[in-house]
Design a binder for this molecule. Structure first.
Ligand code: GLA
Length: 410
């Protein structure tokens, strides 16, 4: 038996251990327990900061938070996943302090993980919401640095807990926006809205079709098992870090392209007008790069719409070639893949996968592989063997079944 780790038991450890850990750390029971998931993105990569379309689904891997409100403005933060004990702050003195991104903000070494929940408190207070202090303990089964949005899970679980404890009455999408604000302005990572919306709004059995311009969304049924298929996640174990500048460079490159084309965002370039847009970009100073970025965003938005059409027609298998085309575009035009991601995708396809692509921000992290149920073990084994032969660390492969978004557990 090789293959996929059973994601579910390890991923869903339930509320009890987190409640026990909270009691051990703070000496009393928490007021409540909340959960928010990691995600994979099915299609629509780097489109979210171009006002485009995305289609994430929630993983069973979850961040669980036990939280009690405090009346004295003190914020005590503790993580079962990090060394260093309790981080103690005060709501009045929280200031956005972009981290030393070169050291890896996403992996949140030492006490840096605390910037995510602290940033949510800061963002809520900045928005004028009546949020005070809290004692918080978190445990997470979302792998960090794997492109599976551990940061968004941590932000959103904090936002949901505070929403309930301080009776704010905010919608899941509003919580996602506050979580994104925390990450952009407090943590200092210029991410889009996809990951936080996925953590807040996904539902079991569905992928979330989200228009990042107006934040309208639709739950699209995504029951791969019912069609004899499986969605594998291959965590290459190459740690990605959105704070290292390459993500921000792509973002500013896209904004430059939109400016050169005279549109508010690349979302506004229709697929049918792509060829004209590429010609129009000939005179820009960095024409080849800008053209490639624009081509990726315009074709990727189109691929999302095609994927949605296939899923609406009940044909999951038909999305395979679109996933694979998306990978080629991210690799060749957007230039954010890496040797391990390419190897995972190429090997899976050669071993019979229906489609495969990198998922998330890129530069490492994870790939997704759509595969016939009967071929899942063979494909997994082929990827594992190819990594060994290339001298890469063994990938972690598991099955993604779309799980629920953020929720209260107790
Ligand atoms: C990261 C960001 C998202 C999105 C993806 C790429 O996950 O946090 O906002 O831009 O990369 O699609």
């Amino acid at each position: 038996m090789i293959a996929h780790e059973a994601a579910t038991p390890a991923a869903e450890h339930g509320a009890a251990p987190t409640e026990a850990a909270f009691r051990a750390v703070y000496g009393a029971a928490p007021a409540g327990i909340w959960a928010a998931p990691g995600r994979v993105n099915l299609i629509g990569e780097h489109t979210d900061y171009n006002d485009g379309f995305v289609m994430p689904l929630a993983l069973p891997h979850t961040t669980i938070a036990a939280v009690t409100p405090r009346t004295d403005g003190v914020l005590r933060l503790h993580s079962g996943n990090a060394e260093g004990g309790i981080v103690e702050l005060h709501t009045d003195t929280l200031r956005p302090a972009p981290m030393d991104t070169a050291a890896g903000s996403r992996a949140a070494p030492d006490g840096r993980w605390a910037a995510y929940p602290a940033g949510v408190v800061w963002a809520m207070r900045e928005a004028g919401l009546p949020v005070g202090g809290a004692d918080l303990h978190v445990d997470s089964t979302v792998p960090t640095g794997a492109g599976l949005s551990s940061s968004a899970a941590l932000e959103v679980v904090t936002a949901l807990a505070l929403n309930d404890l301080y009776a704010l009455g905010l919608t899941p999408q509003r919580l996602a926006q506050l979580a994104q604000r925390a990450e952009n302005a407090f943590v200092g990572v210029p991410c889009g809205i996809m990951d936080q919306t996925a953590a807040a709004c996904c539902t079991a059995g569905h992928a979330l079709f989200l228009d990042t311009r107006d934040l309208r969304s639709r739950q699209v049924p995504f029951d791969v098992a019912a069609q004899g298929l499986r969605l594998l996640v291959v965590d290459t174990r190459v740690k990605h870090d959105l704070g290292d500048g390459a993500y921000a460079e792509r973002r500013t490159g896209c904004e430059r392209g939109a400016r050169a084309l005279g549109v508010p965002a690349l979302r506004d370039v229709p697929h049918a007008q792509l060829a004209d847009a590429l010609v129009a970009l000939t005179d820009t100073p960095d024409a080849p790069d800008t053209r490639a970025l624009v081509r990726h965003i315009v074709t990727e938005n189109h691929r999302v719409e095609e994927v949605v059409a296939h899923l609406d027609a009940g044909d999951i298998r038909a999305i395979g070639p679109l996933l694979t085309a998306g990978h080629a575009s991210l690799r060749d035009d957007f230039a954010i893949s890496c040797a391990e991601l390419d190897l995972a995708v190429d090997t899976a396809l050669a071993a019979g996968a229906v489609g495969a692509r990198m998922t998330g921000g890129g530069f490492g992290g994870s790939a997704i592989v759509l595969v016939d149920e009967a071929a899942a073990d063979t494909v997994s084994a082929a990827v594992t063997a190819a990594f060994a032969a290339a001298g890469h660390a063994a990938p972690r492969i598991f099955t993604a079944v779309p799980g629920p978004g953020a929720r209260r557990l107790a």
